[in-house]
Design a protein around this ligand. Structure first.
Ligand code: MG
Length: 105
């Protein structure tokens, strides 16, 4: 399954569950991705226990999956080509110089 196919499936599920019945605020949706990152940080701080909802996976794995789900749902709703952009950016990054920009992190 490609990223584009996963994006379509995630967005269709969100639409079927009523999350796109009214226009979504871009800022709100972007910040909801940040809240999932914060949940991943909390999982890390708590020793990254097993997820209660998806047995066999850690809470950090679950929360990072939530980040991807929110991102691809948003992209689906906005008609963004994340699959293409991801591949283009990966190719671009492969040819950037060592530690480009000279920053320490
Ligand atoms: Mg979550």
């Amino acid at each position: 399954m490609t990223i584009a196919q996963i994006q379509d499936t995630i967005h269709r599920t969100a639409v079927e569950h009523g999350w796109w019945e009214s226009p979504r605020s871009t800022g709100e949706v972007l910040m909801l991705m940040v809240t999932e990152l914060a949940e991943a940080m909390e999982a890390y701080r708590e020793g990254n226990p097993e997820s209660k909802d998806i047995p066999g996976f850690s809470r950090m794995e679950e929360e990072l999956a939530d980040v991807v789900i929110r991102l691809l749902d948003f992209a689906g709703g906005m008609g963004l080509d994340i699959d293409g952009a991801l591949r283009a950016k990966m190719a671009y990054n492969e040819h950037r110089p060592y530690r480009h920009g000279g920053k320490v992190a």
